[in-house]
Design a protein around this ligand. Structure first.
Ligand code: UDP
Ligand code: MG
Length: 319
């Protein structure tokens, strides 16, 4: 059984794959740990399938290949790789030779120090400043602020994880960059490490600026999931009660003026009060429905609402 599983999402990268595999072998073989690399071919339309089949033939003990029927995206490819990984340690990296497998031994050392997640940081990033580095710096700052997980480089694929912090959640959209946030929410110990970054030499980058917008939208979902997924009534009920209360105060004020001073209510304020009250009340009801959904989610899949790091107890089993 391999101890280390490398997961590599691949979309149209045939020129890079053999060089990447050589670099992986060079970096991992001296470690004397059993390893595997899982290449997930995300519906490539170039020579990638043939090259991967060649690598598998060359070294079937280390190489595993999963081939998607069509292009499902980098996040789906990473998710499939994690699902198939057998190692206790799972390391993600890009296929385009921008990440350097030579960084892996140092990351493993950090894991051995007791961390659950080692996050690569492309401090010296070799990508276009306007379309990549700048938007990514802003996005990283915002993600750190909103999630409370302070990392410089969520977008760097090269990261190492202990398997148990990856269990229990599914990845959607562009969400692989939020894996450290989910890991943090189950109590993972996270550290950061500077890694080498190379310019892309072969093939083309797969993304444009629109990725930043998708990441920002995902951030809403992630924040909701980590803060309220177990207790949605706190969000919906809190906001709803606030709005309903504001509406009620407004209506009471209008009513009092009508009774005490015989002044006809101002129609703007009247509408305002009624609308706020209705929206607030609806939001509380939504919160209750969300509470039902949470119960269905956890109980239909026997998902616990907690995670145990370790248990100390006398072994009561008779031998
Ligand atoms: N990738 C993928 N599916 C996609 C797009 C990209 O598997 O739909 C892979 C790609 O082959 C590469 C990695 O994801 O290994 C990162 O892609 P890219 O280098 O274009 O992005 P960047 O370096 O800008 O993060
Ligand atoms: Mg790249």
């Amino acid at each position: 059984m391999p101890e280390l599983s490398l997961v590599v999402p691949v979309f149209n990268e045939h020129e890079s794959l053999s060089l990447l595999f050589d670099a992986i072998c060079k970096s991992l073989n001296p470690l004397k740990r059993a390893w595997e690399v899982i290449f997930v071919d995300d519906g490539s339309r170039d020579e990638t399938p043939q090259v991967l089949a060649g690598l598998f033939k060359q070294d079937p003990l280390h190489v595993r290949v999963i081939r998607f029927r069509r292009n499902f995206g980098q996040t789906a490819a990473i998710a499939a790789g994690i699902d198939h990984a057998r190692g206790e340690v799972i390391i993600l990296l890009d296929a385009d030779l921008q990440n350097d497998p030579a960084d892996i031994p140092a990351m493993l050392k950090k894991l051995d120090e007791g961390y659950d997640v080692v996050s690569g940081w492309r401090r010296n990033r070799k990508d276009s400043w306007i379309s990549r580095t700048l938007p990514s710096t802003l996005a990283n700052g915002l993600i750190s602020l909103v999630t409370g997980v302070h990392l410089h480089d969520f977008g760097c694929t090269l990261k190492a994880y202990r398997r148990d912090v990856l269990e229990g959640f599914r990845l959607y959209g562009e969400m692989h960059r939020f894996i450290p946030v989910f890991a943090d929410s189950v109590g993972a110990r996270i550290t950061e490490m500077e890694v080498t970054h190379h310019p892309r030499l072969h093939g083309r980058g797969k993304y444009g600026l629109e990725r930043t917008f998708k990441v920002l939208l995902d951030l809403f979902t992630v924040k909701f999931l980590i803060s309220f997924a177990n207790k949605p009534i706190y969000l919906f009920g809190g906001a709803g009660a606030g709005l309903a209360l504001l509406g009620a105060l407004d209506l009471v004020y209008l009513f009092a003026r009508r009774i005490l001073q015989d002044i006809l209510p101002n129609t703007t304020l009247l509408f305002f009060g009624i609308i706020l009250f209705i929206i607030g009340f609806q939001s509380i009801l939504l919160g209750l429905i969300a509470e039902l959904l949470v119960r269905t989610y956890h109980e239909s899949q026997q998902k616990p609402t907690y995670r145990v790091r370790e248990v100390l107890e006398a072994n009561e089993k008779k031998q």
